[in-house]
Design a binder for this molecule. Sequence first.
Ligand code: SF4
Length: 435
Amino acid sequence: MEYSTFFVKSYGCQMNIYDSEKIISILENRGLKKNQDVESADLVIFNTCNIRDKAAHKLYSDIGRVNKYKKERTIAVVGCVAQAENEEMFSKNKSIDIILGPQSYHLLPQMIDDIKKNPKQLNTEFIVNEKFDYLIEQKRKQGVSSYLTIQEGCDKFCSFCVVPYTRGPEYSRPLSSLLNEVNSLTDNGAKEIVLLGQNVNAYNIFHNGRKINIADLIEEISKNENVKRIRYTTSHPINMSDNLIELHSTNDKLMPFIHLPVQSGSTNILNKMNRKYDVSYYRKIIDKLKIVNPKIEISSDFIIGYPGETEEDFQKTLKLVDDIKFTQSYSFIYSARPGTKSALQDDKTPLNVKKERLLILQDKLKNIQLEFNETFCGKNIEVLVENQSMSNPEFFFGRTPFMQSVYIKSSEINPGELKNVNISTCNHKNLYASC
Ligand code: SF4
C-alpha cells in the first residue's frame, strides 16, 4: 500500500515523548503527513512503555479500537513493550505489522518499504549509537522547552524494572553531537533544554582524553547564550555526584528542581528493590543539595505495596514524605513485570490494603503540593512562557523554576519570553497569574 498519513500515540515517560518526536520527524522528512486523529491514518504507530502493567493492556485495547476504523492500514508497535514481548506480539494480535525496539527507530522507513516483500517486520537489536547518529540529522522544532536525550539504558537492575532488558546497558552520547543538537534546538526557538536519560546523571564519556560527566555537560550547554534554563531527568540517587550537587549553587541556568526517585522510605524495601542506597544515604543527598542551594525542591516516584511491604515500612515512607516535603511526585501500586526478579517474589499484601496506602500517600503528597503552591500567591515569580492557549488566546502557559504549571492571562507576552508574573490563585496542580 501507499502511505501518505500517519498517527503516533505515545505511552509512558518523557523519553518516549522525545522518541515520538524523532519518529515524527523521520516520517515527515520522508514526505508523510502527521494526522491528529487516528481514524484515517495509513500508518498507526504505538510508541509503548513497559514500566506499568496497565500500559501494555492499554496498547492491546487501543489496537482493537483502531481496527474498527479502517482495515487497510499498517500498525507498528515500537518502544519497550515491542522490545520485551518481541515476535510474540505477532501471535497475540494478528493486526500488528511492524515490531520495532527503542534502539532502532531510524529503521522505520526501510521497514515500511520492506513490508511489500514481507508483511511482518521485526527489529529489536541494540544498536544505540547508530540510532543517535541517524536521528541527529532529523531536525524538528520541539518548542520553547525542548528535550535532549543524552543517555539511554540502565545497568542498575532494580528488582521491579524492565528497563535494563528493554533499553539495554547505559550508553552516553558524545559531547559534540549533543552540543550540535542544542544549537539546532535553540536555532528553532528553544530556551529551555531538558536533558533526558533513564539514568540521566550517570552520563559519562571521554572527550579529548578527559572524563566528562553530566555537570561538565551542563556547563558546556550553559555557554550557549540562547539557553536560559536547563533541567535534567530522571536521576538516580547513587549518581548524584558532588560536582553535580555543587553546580546547583554556581550555575544560574540550572533550575532548582530535581526529580530524584526514592521509591520507598524503608531501607528494608529499598534493599529488596536492589536500589543500591538506603534511606539515610538518600537523606544525605537531599541535605547536601539544600546546603548548596536552600531553594531546591524535590520530586519523587513511589512504589506502594512492593512485595513484603509491611505497615511499618509504609509508615517510614510517610515519615520521609513529611520530612522532605516533595513538591511533586508520582505514586503507583506495585505491579509485577514479567521477567523481573520481583515478579518471582511472594506478594501477600491484599490489594485493598495497597489501595488504602496509596490513597493515604497521595493525599499527603497533594496537601504538600498545595501548601507549596500557596506560598506563591500574591507574589511575583519568573515564568518561562511556553505557548498560547489555542482555545482561549487570552491565556498563556508557562513554568516556574520549580516546574509548576502557570496559566497567565495577558495580551503582552509571547512564547519564549521569561516573564515575571503575579500569582493570584492556585490549586495543588496549577498557579494562575496575570501580567
Ligand atoms: S535505575 Fe532502576 S528503575 Fe531506573 S531504569 Fe534502572 S532499573 Fe529501572
